[in-house]
Design a protein around this ligand. Structure first.
Ligand code: ADP
Length: 627
């Protein structure tokens, strides 16, 4: 083999055949072609030889006693995948050849063969092996490169993560440098530290660890938050995402940890501020609503619900037009359109209608909430001005009534005075008659002006009473007597039922008399001709109780709660039968209240009314006995 020593062989080939001649011819031919050739006489020997020495190619006969060529092929393919195998088969045995190719043989040569053709097949097989090898190396190289790149990407990712990443079994085996930010410990300090440190703030450590194991067992992530004590002793909220690295036993985990203390704090602050504002809205005394672009209510506050009488559930079904009085819809929808386009509307007035049909006058502002130029919702804050509107209406009515009331007696006084001054009194008419008319009208005018003065004193807080011991019994009787002539004009009788044993009270006699006059003259005023009025006075429950009962026109039930309000008149129209200003009962109420008593009315329309008031006894009789 001098040739092969001088230059490298074209390849190493193991020739396996039980027929000596065939085997030797082949070996010699291949050697002469520059191959390094070894021979084996059986399959068994071939396998043993291949175990000792590496071959580029095995050229084996299929049919051999003992171990067959197919068995040699499969052994070589598993044990020496780098070694190519070419089979030598009989022409008739193509079946085996196909099977051999399936098992990984490079090629097959059929007997009898031409030696030149055989050497070409060997050359081709070795070429194929070389190409395969190259391809394999190339693939390996590519794979290695990809691995390297992905490793680089991975470590860049881990290093650039804002979160801390830790790998641990029982102890921490690896971590990135972000651990210092999150836990206050350096990478070096954490390496080898017991992993339970990560769950140190957990109230139930074993349960937490169990949860991690449970979640990660089925390759799921564990996600949870936990409190951890940092190196400086401060406690931080950490959000963990933990997964298990599958192949390891005992299990190895990788944890991504993020400090969410600040986020938690902000969430809490946001929640608190939301609660604060919600509370503010909920307890506001104004009606607050937000309405979406379709006119549906997105939010209404408690006052809104209370005023309009709807539940939260019912509001969901409503649209803006459902709560507007019919005549308000056009201008409100016009405003809604303007607000939807980004405008604000202030001091708008409207009338809402409650679930049970009550009209509610409101005044307020509506503004849009826009996002990226699009309407999110319109926000309205309204004040219930129903009462104010009613007072405004009553004031207007009052002004016109008062003017009328003042003008009538004044015209009469002026007229008669002028007649007397000009000496134009008709002959049989004595001055006295005219003068008494002037006197009566002046009296009326003075009462009216006094009432107005009283109201202005009450309103400005300057109204006071002067208490002195007085006899209510005498006062009530006197008033009844004084008004009896007025009553008689209408054929009305005043019946007195005054207890004889009424004790004295500490009170403002003038003011209580004013109350009594007002109640009794109202009783006369609102009684039909020929009726009867009863005046009662007695001690009742540590107070003196005075009651005036008439059988007059009565008062409708819905008017009763308003009787003692200023300017209130049951029939407020200018065409009403009786004159008046609606101030009398208001002043009576204020006087009785200033005495610590109570005033109220009971009535049935068409049957009559009873007005009652109490004046507390200065000293409780039971107590005075004890003294
Ligand atoms: P006015 O000056 O209008 O009488 P008041 O305050 O004294 O003012 O009374 C208010 C209203 O209460 C009256 O306008 C009347 O409608 C009603 N009213 C008062 N007393 C009686 C009564 N005895 N019977 C029926 N209605 C009454």
């Amino acid at each position: 083999m001098a040739e092969s020593e001088m230059q490298p062989a074209k390849g190493t080939v193991l020739v396996v055949d039980d027929e000596d001649t065939v085997r030797d011819i082949i070996a010699r031919k291949l050697q002469s072609e520059g191959y390094d050739c070894v021979v084996a006489t059986s399959g068994k020997q071939a396998v043993e030889t291949a175990a000792r020495q590496h071959f580029d190619l095995v050229l084996t006969d299929v049919k051999m006693p003992g171990m067959s060529g197919i068995e040699v092929l499969s052994q070589i393919a598993t044990e020496h995948p780098d070694t190519g195998v070419v089979m030598i088969t009989a022409v008739s045995d193509t079946q085996t050849a196909v099977e051999a190719m399936r098992l990984g043989a490079y090629d097959y040569v059929t007997k009898p063969f031409d030696l030149q053709a055989l050497s070409m097949r060997v050359e081709k097989a070795l070429e194929k092996r070389r190409l395969l090898q190259e391809n394999k190396d190339y693939k390996l190289l590519l794979a290695e490169q990809a691995l390297q790149e992905s490793q680089q990407q991975y470590s860049a990712l881990v290093e650039n993560l804002a979160d801390a990443v830790l790998v641990f079994q029982a102890a921490i085996t690896w971590c990135n440098d972000k651990v210092e930010e999150v836990f206050g410990y350096t990478q070096d300090e954490l390496m080898g530290k017991d992993a339970s440190f990560l769950f140190s703030g957990s109230t139930n450590l074993s349960k937490f660890i169990e949860a991690v194991h449970d979640a990660t067992r089925e390759q799921k992530h564990f996600r949870g938050t936990n409190r951890v004590e940092k190196k400086d002793g401060s406690i931080v909220d950490i959000e963990f995402s933990i997964s298990r690295i599958q192949e390891k036993d005992p299990p190895e985990f990788v944890a991504v940890a993020r400090d969410i203390t600040e986020r938690r704090r902000m969430e809490e602050a946001l929640r608190e501020s939301e609660e604060k504002f919600r509370d503010l809205f909920e307890n506001a005394n104004d009606l607050i609503q937000s309405v979406d672009g379709n006119g549906r209510f997105a939010y209404v506050n408690r006052k809104w619900l209370e005023t309009l009488g709807y539940t939260h559930e019912e509001v969901k079904e409503l649209t803006l037009t459902d709560i507007l009085r019919e005549d308000q819809i056009p201008h409100c929808m016009e405003n809604f359109k303007r607000v939807s386009q980004g405008e604000s509307v202030s001091e708008m007035q409207s009338v809402f209608v409650s679930k049970n049909g009550l009209e509610i006058h409101v005044e307020g502002n509506v503004s849009p909430r826009m996002k990226d130029g699009e309407l999110v919702e319109t926000r309205g804050i309204f004040r219930d001005i129903t009462e104010r509107k009613e007072i405004e209406r009553m004031k207007t009515e009052f002004t016109s009534n008062v003017s009328h009331e003042l003008r009538t007696p004044l015209q009469s006084i002026m007229g008669f005075t002028k007649l007397i001054l000009r000496g134009k009194v008709p002959v049989p008419e004595p001055h006295g008659e005219f003068l008494s008319i002037i006197d009566k009208q002046s009296e009326h005018l003075s009462t009216l002006i006094n009432s107005l003065l009283d109201v202005s004193r009450i309103e400005s807080g300057q109204f006071s009473i002067q208490k002195k011991p007085m006899s209510l019994k005498d006062m009530v009787h006197d008033v009844a007597q004084e008004l009896s002539s007025l009553a008689q004009e209408k054929g009305i009788v005043i019946v007195e039922a005054i207890s004889k044993t009424l004790p004295q009270v500490e009170a403002d006699e003038k003011r209580l008399k004013q109350v009594m006059v007002n109640l009794l003259s109202n009783a006369v005023k609102f009684s039909n001709d020929g009726g009867e009025i009863t005046v009662k006075a007695k001690v009742n429950d540590h107070a003196l109780l005075v009651q005036v009962t008439d059988r007059g026109i009565g008062i409708p039930a819905e008017a009763i709660p308003h009787l003692f309000e200023r300017f209130y008149q049951v029939d407020g129209s200018a065409t009403r039968i009786s004159a008046g200003t609606g101030l009398g009962l208001y002043i009576c109420g204020q006087i009785v209240e200033a005495h610590g008593g109570r005033i109220w009315a009971e009535s049935k329309p068409g049957e009559g009314s009873t007005f009652s008031f109490t004046v507390p006894l200065a000293i409780n009789p039971a107590e005075s006995n004890l003294q």
